[in-house]
Design a protein around this ligand. Structure first.
Ligand SMILES: *[C@@H]1O[C@H](CO)[C@@H](O)[C@H](O)[C@H]1NC(C)=O
Ligand SMILES: *[C@@H]1O[C@H](CO)[C@@H](O)[C@H](O)[C@H]1NC(C)=O
Length: 261
């Protein structure tokens, strides 16, 4: 009896872990877009297969399949600090889930913490898209807003420069000590099809949401189709030890807001 009970607890714990890792941070199945046809669905399948293969190897890829109005454009990218095996498993899940979540629309996007995948019959490559946004903020406030905001501003400027500089694969990440005991961690990233100028623009728009949505909050995430920024008072980017990785995936205390164009 005791054994059965423990066994059930273990299954239960595994299920929680599974659900957490399988939950997207954001999703868009654009209801203003056209519905798919058999030909488009075939092209979406080809795009997804190609994206999974190429992104698993290099962390980023763009591709297109088909012709005329059935042509489908796809992009996939892992967060730049994420190791290959995590990237690969994230993109495989994303490619599978995006079709389940969005079976009929030609404009679909799915964001996970470690990767992002998107397809559309319209060519979106190289364009800044900050129309649809998902924001997360920690309801808890920092104790010293003035010091915090100064440090955050300086840190974001620094990592945004790195993210938008050529050759850095669109990612910037760094940390800064607020006191002997408290460290602030931040990461910013653009999709790698953006030019340095457009990446800077996207990150500026993303950080511009801090005063309205994340003012003096202990953590914040701004998720757009073209760029992403996040800060926390704990380490959340790789290299990470397992305990901290679990802590960082916990979204207790966070509220999400969806902003539509
Ligand atoms: C929807 O399809 C029509 C014709 O098939 C095309 O002209 C139009 O641009 C498409 N709209 C979108 C949002 O893809
Ligand atoms: C944080 O500060 C805001 C604004 O001062 C306040 O409305 C809110 O209740 C505070 N949140 C917590 C969890 O204390």
């Amino acid at each position: 009896m005791a054994f059965t009970h423990q066994y059930h607890l273990l299954i239960f714990a595994l299920c929680i872990l599974y659900v957490e890792s399988a939950d997207p941070s954001a999703q868009l199945c654009n209801s203003n877009s056209n519905t798919t046809t058999t030909e488009i669905t075939k092209n979406i399948d080809s795009v997804l297969t190609a994206l999974v293969q190429a992104t698993s190897q290099s962390g980023y890829s763009v591709t297109s399949f088909g012709s005329g109005q059935a042509k489908v454009f796809g992009l996939a990218q892992c967060r730049g600090d994420v190791p290959n095996d995590e990237c690969s498993s994230c993109i495989q899940t994303a490619a599978k889930e995006i079709k389940t979540i969005c079976p009929d629309r030609v404009d679909a996007r799915l964001w996970y913490e470690y990767c992002f995948i998107r397809y559309n019959t319209e060519n979106f490559f190289g364009q800044v898209d900050t129309g649809y946004g998902t924001f997360y903020y920690n309801v808890q406030n920092v104790t010293d807003p003035k010091t915090f905001n100064n440090a955050l501003g300086t840190l974001m400027d620094r990592i945004n420069k790195v993210a938008s500089a050529p050759g850095n694969k669109g990612i910037g990440k760094d940390e800064t000590k607020l006191s002997d005991f408290v460290t602030l961690y931040a990461l910013s990233q653009c999709t790698r099809d953006l030019s340095p100028l457009l990446c800077r623009q996207c990150l500026a728009i993303a950080v511009g949401n801090f005063p309205s949505y994340c003012d003096s909050k202990k953590g914040c995430r701004i998720i757009y189709s073209s760029c992403y920024v996040r800060y926390e008072l704990y380490p959340f980017f790789f290299p990470l030890d397992e305990k901290l990785a679990l802590e960082s995936s916990s979204m207790t205390n966070y509220i999400s807001v969806i902003r539509k164009p």
